[in-house]
Structure formats: structure tokens, C-alpha cells
Design a protein around this ligand. Structure first.
Ligand code: HEC
Ligand code: HEC
Length: 495
């Protein structure tokens, strides 16, 4: 304990020296306490039978409408629990990482970067997703106990925020459900029938009830399940949470050695210098605080937006230019609160294992840590200089055009003559002075001058946040699944 206090004092003293030299505003932060079991859901010990069931479900395409994609297709254990591309290709695509291509038509790219799942079972998470649109609802407005896009449809019985999250990917047409008419789950989703008999969650639970291997796993994992008819999707979500909370816990980085021992010399000299900057002159700790290096808050730092956005904003220029009735902005936290102060704010990401989780930013705009850090040093200039077409966006193959809403929703192959106009959406916001200007205007960070050596030191510190065991978690992939389907990704697929 004394040692830890000493290193904290040492870091603070160094930070003070920097502050005196640079007369920067004071924001030196202290090092956090090491992570402990009690920081995690289930006190770090979820029921093993639930973890094992969750593991099978996480890799099983049975949860997708067309049985062609699993959670792990986008949260790949060999790709930093993400998918190594800026914006995911969801159902209809095949392959891993940058080699993933759509074989069937897709409506387009998933609008945001797949979030890494390391330490996602930490209790400090107060909201899920880049915009925090899933949150606890202590006032009890909804039976589920959560504010979410599903509002009153989200059922009761979800015992954690992480379990509540697992209800959602299966209800996204582009991620897992598929297009209306292709399968009953997709049709239920398109008609906004999620809950109740015949709703999307019930249809998926029925699939699981018909598979004897799953019935055995659910019976072992949940006392309330005595037979197939007792299985619900809420239990599946709870098992997925138990699995994610334990499998993706990660706290064996050199940084953890520092927190545990109180000795900074577990880091290379460059990383030590980076740590001093991070907690001092560079003010990173103002937002990246605590053991996960996030304040769990929402901030606007003018990260570039590429891809189709979230269908928000009021700008109709793309519509007029292309004929596609889409709005292409992603207004971040504002989409949830409708408070002007929340425009273009996104949840501060955890930086644990950040060197493994690129591309970075809510739309995956940057493909190097150095570029991300340089962005923070002068967000407005970096945004203006950003070349949208340089991002890691694998080619989009055959595209399905989506028009109308609800019962009027129509999917049909895109007319090839309109393809170029369609693809413009990936770079539209960034190329528009007006839309890019809105993102810049919301920026909260003041410019900060750092030398090349200081930027390199920060990169070295971020790399010291990597737990070597987290780089490849392929041992989690099941050999086979109760559904008889091939795990996605499978142990044998290298691409
Ligand atoms: C098609 C790709 C894709 C699939 C499949 C997918 N996800 Fe995700 N996941 C994402 C993206 C993209 C986000 C961020 C979405 C946003 O912020 O709007 C995300 C966010 C999350 C989060 C929130 C993390 C955080 O930090 O708030 C969790 C947890 C998660 N996914 C778990 C799952 C589970 C469990 C499944 C399977 C039931 C799944 N995902 C399937 C792409 C995917
Ligand atoms: C004002 C709060 C704030 C400060 C200060 C701050 N960041 Fe960030 N950082 C964020 C937010 C918010 C994001 C995500 C923005 C987005 O995706 O739109 C982010 C993203 C990042 C990312 C990308 C992570 C990912 O998973 O995509 C890295 C790396 C990072 N910050 C490092 C740093 C470093 C190093 C410093 C100090 C030089 C710093 N940040 C200072 C708020 C901050």
C-alpha cells in the first residue's frame, strides 16, 4: 500500500514539475486502485453453467435470423473482441476481420465501430453503446428496469445492464436479424414485434427449445428451467452476460503490475514518461480516469464520422443529390437526451488493451494510435485535415436498398446505375463543410502542443495497457455447437 501511495506521489510530483514548466492548467490525476473481483458483476464469479451456455450462444449463428452470423463475428476473440475494420459488415457477410466480405446482399455498413468487450462486466458501466442509449431506469418507468430503444417491449428479468444489452443485436436487421421476408425473426423485427408470443425474442427462444443440447444447458444453468418450454430469450441474454463478464476480463498488463506493486519500473522508460504525461501535462486523465481509463461520461472531441451515420440530423443535401431518402449524421449522445450540449458527444472508451482494438473512434476513422493521439491534440484541425477515403472500409459488395418503414418496409437489390451515389454516403459528412463544421463546433478539447517524443511516449504508455493474454482468445471458440451449426468464427477459419 505504501509503495502504491509512493508511485502515485511520484507521478503527481512529476506532473507538477511538468505543470510548472508549461504553466498548463492543473489537472494532474492520480493512479487508480487495481481491479478486484468486487468491481465486476457477480463479484467476478458468475455461475459456471451460465458461462458455458453463454459461450456456446456467443459463437452460435442460431441467434441470427438467417443463421449466418454470431456475436463473435463482430466481437472476434482473435481481433481484440472487435472485427479489425472501421465499420462492421453484419449478416449476409462471411469471413473474419479485413477479409470479411458480403456474399449475399447487405443494406450497407453498420454505422459504428464494433466496441471491444474487454472488462465489459465491470460494474462501473452505467450505459451501453457509444451513445449510452441503454441505461438503468431507477424511476421504474419500464418493467424491465432499463431505458432502451425497445422501451416498454424490453421484458423484466434481465439481471444486469450487460444482460439487457444482449437482447439488442438480434433485433437489428443489419447486424443479426436479416431483411423482412427472409425469415420470421427478420419480419417480426421489421414490424417492431420484439416482445410477446411470436415476437423476435420468442421466435429465437423457440429455436433453442427445439435443440436437446441447449435444453440440457439451460436446465443446468437456470433453476427455473425444468424443461424446454421454460426457456426464454431473457435467460439466453443472462448467460451471454455471464460469459462476456468472465471471458473478457483482462487485467494482466504491465500497467496492472504498476498498480499492484506501486513501482513504475514495470514500464519501459518511454511508457513511464507516457504515464506521467497521461496523468499530468496531457490531461488525458480528465476523461480517461479510473481502473478502466474511462470516466464513463460523454464528451465531444470531434472524431471524424465516416459511414452511413445513424439517420439523424436535419440536412437533406445527400437526399437531394443522390435520391436516397437518408440522413447521414451521427449526433451521438444527443440522439438519446435531445440536449443541445450532448451534440456529437460519445462515451469515453476504456483504453485497456486499446492497442489491440483498432481502428479507433466511434466510426473507426483512425487506424493508428499515433493518429488518434494527434487528433486529441488539435481536434478541429485534425478533423479538417482528415481524408475520409483513407479509412479501413473493405469494399461493399452487392447492396440491398431499404425504403419505407414498418409494414411499408421494402428491401430490393440496388440498381447498379445508382451504386456510386449510394457509396457516397460513406464520405458524405466528412466532405460537407456544413456537417463537418457542426462536429467541429461541438469540440470540448483545447489544443495542446506536444513534441514528437511526447506523442511517442503516450503511444508507449497505451501499449503498456495491453494484457498479452488478450491478444488471442481463440481458446474460447467451441469445437462444436448444440445447434449443429459451425461456430462463427470457427477454430479452423483463419480468414
Ligand atoms: C454486425 C456486428 C455485430 C454483431 C453481430 C454483434 N455486435 Fe455487439 N456491437 C457492435 C457494434 C457496432 C456496437 C456499437 C453499437 C453502437 O454504439 O451503436 C456493439 C456494441 C456491443 C456492446 C456494448 C459495449 C459497450 O462498451 O457499451 C456489447 C456488450 C455487445 N456489442 C455485445 C454483443 C453480443 C452479446 C452480441 C450477440 C448477441 C453482439 N454484440 C453482436 C457490433 C456487433
Ligand atoms: C475531453 C475528454 C477526453 C480527453 C481529455 C481525452 N480523451 Fe481520449 N477520447 C475521448 C472520447 C469521448 C473518445 C471517443 C470519441 C469518439 O469515438 O467519438 C476518446 C477516444 C480515445 C482513443 C480511441 C479509443 C477507441 O477505442 O476508439 C484513444 C486511444 C484516446 N482517446 C486516448 C487519449 C489520450 C492519450 C489522451 C490524452 C492526450 C486523451 N485520450 C484525452 C475523450 C477524451
Amino acid at each position: 500500500m505504501t509503495c502504491r501511495a509512493e508511485v502515485r506521489r511520484f507521478a503527481e510530483a512529476l506532473a507538477c514539475v511538468f505543470l510548472l514548466l508549461t504553466s498548463a492548467p492543473a489537472s494532474s490525476g492520480s493512479l487508480p486502485e487495481p481491479l478486484q473481483d468486487s468491481d465486476f458483476l457477480f463479484d467476478g464469479k458468475p455461475a459456471p453453467a451460465q458461462v458455458e451456455l453463454g459461450r456456446l450462444l456467443f459463437f452460435d449463428p442460431i441467434l441470427s435470423g438467417n443463421r449466418n452470423i454470431s456475436c463473435a463475428s463482430c466481437h472476434d476473440p482473435a481481433h481484440g473482441t472487435g472485427d479489425a475494420v472501421a465499420l462492421s459488415l453484419g449478416e449476409g457477410a462471411q469471413g473474419r476481420g479485413t477479409a470479411r466480405r458480403n456474399r449475399e446482399g447487405v443494406t450497407g455498413r453498420v454505422p459504428r465501430n464494433a466496441q471491444p468487450l474487454y472488462n465489459i462486466g465491470a460494474r462501473e458501466y452505467g450505459a451501453m453503446f457509444h451513445d449510452g442509449r441503454l441505461e438503468p431506469d431507477p424511476a421504474g418507468t419500464f418493467e424491465s428496469g432499463f431505458w432502451s430503444p425497445a422501451r416498454e417491449q424490453l421484458p423484466a428479468g434481465l439481471d444486469s445492464l450487460l444482460a439487457a444489452q444482449a437482447m439488442f443485436p438480434v433485433t437489428s436487421a443489419i447486424e443479426m436479424a436479416g431483411h423482412k421476408g427472409e425469415n420470421p425473426v427478420a419480419t417480426a423485427v421489421a414490424e417492431d414485434r420484439l416482445a410477446g408470443p411470436g415476437g423476435a425474442w420468442d421466435l429465437l427462444a423457440r429455436r433453442l427449445r427445439e435443440i436437446p443440447g441447449y435444453v440440457a444447458h439451460f436446465t443446468a444453468a437456470f433453476v427455473e428451467v425444468r424443461g424446454a418450454e421454460d426457456i426464454t430469450f431473457v435467460q439466453a441474454a443472462r448467460a451471454l452476460a455471464a460469459f462476456q463478464a468472465s471471458a473478457f476480463r483482462s487485467q494482466n498488463s504491465p500497467f496492472d503490475r504498476v498498480l499492484e506493486s506501486g513501482r513504475a519500473d514495470h514500464l519501459s522508460p518511454a511508457a513511464q514518461a507516457g504515464m506521467t504525461l497521461f496523468y499530468g501535462k496531457a490531461h488525458c486523465v480528465a476523461c480517461h480516469a479510473g481502473p478502466l481509463l474511462t470516466d464513463q461520461g460523454f464528451h465531444a472531441i470531434a472524431m471524424p464520422q465516416i459511414g452511413p451515420g445513424k439517420g439523424h440530423g436535419s440536412d437533406t443535401a445527400y437526399w437531394r443529390a443522390s435520391g436516397f431518402a437518408d440522413r447521414l449524421e451521427d449526433e451521438g449522445r444527443y440522439r438519446v437526451t435531445f440536449e443541445r450540449a450532448d451534440l456529437f458527444r460519445f462515451r469515453t472508451p476504456s483504453l485497456r488493451n486499446v492497442a489491440l482494438t483498432g481502428p479507433w473512434g466511434h466510426a473507426g476513422a483512425y487506424d493508428s494510435l499515433e493518429a488518434v493521439i494527434r487528433h486529441h491534440l488539435d481536434p478541429e484541425a485534425a478533423l479538417a485535415a482528415y481524408a475520409a477515403d483513407a479509412a479501413a472500409l473493405p469494399p461493399l459488395g452487392e447492396v440491398i436498398e431499404q425504403t419505407g418503414r414498418g409494414s411499408q418496409l421494402i428491401f430490393r437489390p440496388l440498381n447498379p446505375a445508382r451504386r456510386a451515389d449510394y457509396l457516397l454516403r460513406d464520405v458524405w459528412v466528412q466532405r460537407s463543410d456544413k456537417l463537418r463544421g457542426r462536429i467541429a463546433a461541438a469540440n470540448e478539447l483545447t489544443p495542446l502542443a506536444l513534441s514528437d517524443a511526447e506523442v511517442a511516449a503516450l503511444v508507449a504508455f497505451l501499449e503498456a495497457l495491453t494484457d498479452p493474454a488478450a491478444a488471442d482468445l481463440s481458446h474460447l471458440i467451441p469445437e462444436s455447437l448444440p445447434s449443429g451449426l459451425t461456430p462463427q468464427p470457427s477454430r479452423r477459419s483463419t480468414l
